[in-house]
Design a protein around this ligand. Structure first.
Ligand code: IPE
Ligand code: IPE
Ligand code: MG
Length: 253
């Protein structure tokens, strides 16, 4: 553990980027596992396994880079369209991953959360997700959010359903609904909006990730395939972010 990391853990504070302008929340669309495996003439699952191994390095780099929240897209609501073999392989990988990594995340003070629609996931996986969240609930370091069976549109639809229920139950006045209201119903309600969204593998699209939350995020689309993503690539992107001029619709003074 680095000295800064140890100090942050001891005091409960999180180190910031040098000039204070780093992204507080980075969200990552981890894409390209399949192509990485194909290039090696291996099955797609081999790529997913290699991809899963990259996550730890990214999470471990966060304190030093001043990143407090990291959110990773692991499985979308559209990924069920893949072959049964790939979907089953991914689900089994997620179960193994949670079992294997949780001790380490807790030891590193990482608080783990999941977003996405849980009922469609199998009971064993859901139980492990609950367990991991409870097990790391008192961790005060990096906030790792794993998007599993997540879709931005599905999330907004589920949020709207709960909001409508509160209106029907007389708990919410429809005239009071504004753009601060809906985010309270989203899966991400405890998270700040992402400042930087990274997508690997050369595809320049959002694929239904954090649609509401990314309204003013900065984007980085890079050619690197996810299993080749390293701490150095991550650090470079975080550094680039510091040079960006975020205007949020305004005009610079
Ligand atoms: C991203 O890699 C991981 C998931 C979507 C689960 P892909 O599996 O989409 O890899 P490519 O895009 O086919 O190379
Ligand atoms: C987005 O990647 C979903 C995840 C990274 C989990 P996809 O590979 O599923 O997206 P498309 O199909 O290229 O848009
Ligand atoms: Mg893909």
């Amino acid at each position: 553990m680095s000295v800064r990391r140890a100090a942050a853990k001891a005091t409960g504070t999180k180190p910031k980027g040098k000039d204070g302008s780093g992204p507080r929340h980075v969200a990552i669309i981890m894409d390209g596992n399949g192509r990485w495996a194909q290039m090696r003439k291996r099955p797609r699952l081999f790529g997913h396994q290699a991809g899963a191994r990259r996550v730890r390095e990214v999470v471990e780099a966060c304190p030093e880079l001043g990143v407090e929240y990291v959110t990773i897209f692991a499985f979308s609501t559209e990924n069920w369209k893949r072959t049964q073999t790939e979907v089953a392989g991914l689900m089994s990988l997620f179960r193994r991953y949670i079992r294997r990594e949780m001790e380490a995340f807790r030891a590193e003070n990482v608080q783990v959360r999941f977003i996405g629609d849980r009922p469609r996931l199998d009971k064993k996986l859901r139980d492990l997700m609950d367990e991991a969240e409870a097990f790391t609930a008192d961790c005060t370091g990096t906030n790792l959010t794993i998007a599993l069976n997540y879709g931005g549109r599905d999330e907004v639809a589920r949020a709207t359903k709960r909001l409508a229920r509160d209106v029907a139950d007389g708990k919410l006045d429809p005239d009071s609904v504004d753009e601060e209201t809906l985010p309270k119903y989203l899966d991400t309600h405890v998270l700040p909006d992402p400042d930087l969204v990274i997508r690997t593998s050369g595809e320049a699209r959002v694929s239904n990730f954090l649609l509401w939350q990314s309204a003013y995020a900065e984007y980085e689309f890079i050619d690197t395939l996810w299993p080749d993503f390293t701490r150095d690539v991550f650090a470079e992107l975080v550094k680039n972010y510091g040079a960006r001029d975020r205007r949020f619709g305004g005009v610079k003074a």
